[in-house]
Ligand binder design. Structure first.
Ligand code: C2E
Ligand code: MG
Ligand code: MG
Ligand code: MG
Length: 280
């Protein structure tokens, strides 16, 4: 055992590992400072209703302006924030800031906020979200939290209990990135979601292979269970029209707009896009 231990210790101090560990430690320290230094910002991406062509939602997406590295992608820093528990403080800041912004939007526009599985481990999360709603004046039914299936994989009873608490106060719950990773239809039985977000990978291939049939199946399941659907990553008119014909409720993607700073996003919320039904 001593020998194995020795070997492991040795491996830990290999230069490459050491550099990676140091980079992570540095990021952890930078993340701690980012909140107080005001280096976080939220960009907002509109969600368009496919039958009316109106903006009916807007997703808050966190951005980090690092003093030396410039814009750091959430895909890079969220996992570090999750490992260190900093995601709770960062998540609270996102919730408070985004709710305050959304309180000034037209009432048909719902705010979507991503919530990490780690945040759902905190027994006070629902209370803190209730606080953010009350402080901002945003009605609970205009908030939608987006969670990934990671929450459902372990069948974590306490996380599900928090989702039910949020549901009880009127907050809506969406299943994000559906169809990726370990997605299973059985997850749809574990919680009564309000919405399924169909992952970008099905949208980008929609004209090429069997993706249209998969999207159709998800749309049908959603309708049968009283859920709406949002297609992520819509980049072309062809994709939009196909999704509309398949009966998808909403679209989100660069075709209409990339995520934008608050003031810019605000100007887009009154837009109405002429999809084929809107014209007819
Ligand atoms: P997500 O929630 O699935 O967000 C959608 C991602 O797709 C965003 O990436 C968005 O910029 C990108 N996207 C939107 N339309 C298009 C398109 O037409 N084409 C392409 N190629 N991409 C598109 P982003 O902003 O880099 O965020 C990545 C992920 O980071 C998010 O994925 C979410 O899981 C996580 N994230 C972002 N903000 C937060 C946050 O405040 N809290 C937590 N816990 N996670 C967050
Ligand atoms: Mg999301
Ligand atoms: Mg997504
Ligand atoms: Mg994603």
């Amino acid at each position: 055992a001593a020998k194995a231990e020795g070997r492991r210790t040795h491996r830990f101090f290999e230069p490459a590992m050491d550099a990676r560990a140091q980079a992570r430690l540095a990021m952890e320290q930078d993340l701690r400072q980012a909140l107080t230094a005001g280096s976080f910002d939220i960009h907002y991406q509109p969600l368009l209703d496919l039958s009316s062509g109106e903006v009916t939602g807007c997703e808050a997406l966190l951005r980090w302006r690092h003093p030396e590295r410039g814009m750091v992608s959430p895909a890079e820093f969220i996992p570090v924030a999750e490992d260190t528990g900093l995601i709770n403080e960062i998540g609270d800041w996102v919730m408070q800031t985004a709710c305050t912004e959304a309180a000034g939007w037209p009432s048909r526009v719902r705010l979507a906020v991503n919530v990490s599985p780690i945040q759902l481990k905190s027994p006070t999360l629902a209370l803190r979200i209730t606080g953010a709603l009350a402080a901002s004046g945003l009605p609970p039914d205009r908030l939608e939290i987006e969670i990934t299936e990671a929450v459902l994989i372990h069948d974590d009873e306490s996380a599900l209990a928090i989702l039910h608490q949020l549901r009880a106060i009127g907050v809506r719950i969406a299943l994000d990135d559906f169809g990726t990773g370990f997605s299973s239809l059985s997850y749809l039985k574990r919680f009564p979601f309000d919405k399924i977000k169909i992952d970008r990978c099905f949208v980008s291939d929609i004209e090429i292979d069997g993706s249209a049939a998969i999207v159709q199946a998800v749309v049908n399941i959603a309708a049968a269970r009283n859920m709406t659907t949002t297609a992520e990553g819509v980049e072309t008119v062809q994709q939009r029209e196909m999704l509309r014909q398949l009966g998808c409720t909403q679209m989100q993607g660069y075709l209409f707009s990339a995520p934008k700073p608050a003031a810019e996003a605000r100007r887009l919320l009154g837009a109405r896009v002429e999809t084929e039904t809107a014209v007819a």
